[in-house]
Design a protein around this ligand. Sequence first.
Ligand code: KG4
Ligand code: ZN
Length: 337
Amino acid sequence: MRILGIESSCDECSAAVVEDGRRILSNIVLSQIDFHKPFYGVVPEIASRKHVEWISPVVQDALATAGVGVGNIDAVAVTYRPGLIGSLLVGLSYAKGLAWALRKPLVGVDHILAHLYAPQLEREIVYPFIGVLVSGGHTIIARVERHDSMQVLGTTIDDACGEAFDKVAKHYNIGFPGGVAIDKLARTGDSRAFRFPHPVLNKGEAYYDVSYSGLKTAVIHQVDQFWNGKAEKSLANIAASFQRTAIDILVDRALAAATDTGVRRIVAGGGVAANSYLRQRMAAETGLEVIFPSLSLCTDNAAMVAGLGYHRLQDGFTSDFSLNAEARVPVFKRAYP
Ligand code: KG4
Ligand code: ZN
């Protein structure tokens, strides 16, 4: 079964054809980075307009690369939440139009669950696992039960991890997207030059929660206060020290979740899962199976949408044309979605 996936929740315009939920026949990702770079962040209005311009050629490219005629796809899967509302609407409207014209099923896909499905495109991963979803919009630690359900153990109580990378990079003019720029600069820095605060939340309800706004404020406004007094106060040293702390906050809680639940498999997803220090830290953990998708499947892409869409369809789930885009999905400490 061949599913056409469409992803337009933020600044990547992407379409993919995936066979039987696993075999990627094509995965076209057109990034809008150059258009948002001058603003050091994604400008929603620009993002929607670029999606309108690009969606049709990107879908055509995905079909041509896969060598599949549009009439030979079995369903259209599309991200309908969460994300930038205007951007989501472009992909969703296009998917609805295409599904209607082809008389094929439409399958609405949740972006958070799609990120956690992404590594399944490269190898079969047995459920349950501890899912660590770290992106520009979300930081979630969960016990993932199936492709369509998870028990949320912890979330960020303020900023997302990727957002902290983006804001620190913006403040110090390091580059955009912030995570990529800091990851690169940090390689030349001393990660012990600054001892930034690592918040520890109380046991109980909040135990697996993380927080990034204090770290962000410390790195932006109180850098001198956390300097070790010896190393150079260079940008590379700030980047390396910030990155070490940001990743330590996450790894600490992900490992606690694995230990406490007895689930010894950790699967990461989302843009920050591309971080080289995070990958290196997790790989060094013994007694745990740690799985990261390839870099191209960490960041937003339509293959993960098509892959998850296939399983939703197999479960007998389809969406009707009244499906609407949703900017936010509340993530509470309970079953998701
Ligand atoms: O999953 P994604 O592509 O979009 C969202 O759904 O948010 O994630 C984008 C986020 C941005 O905050 C970006 O700075 C971060 O992922 N990111 C990274 C790296 N590559 C991307 N953060 C840290 N290290 C990286 N190598
Ligand atoms: Zn994403």
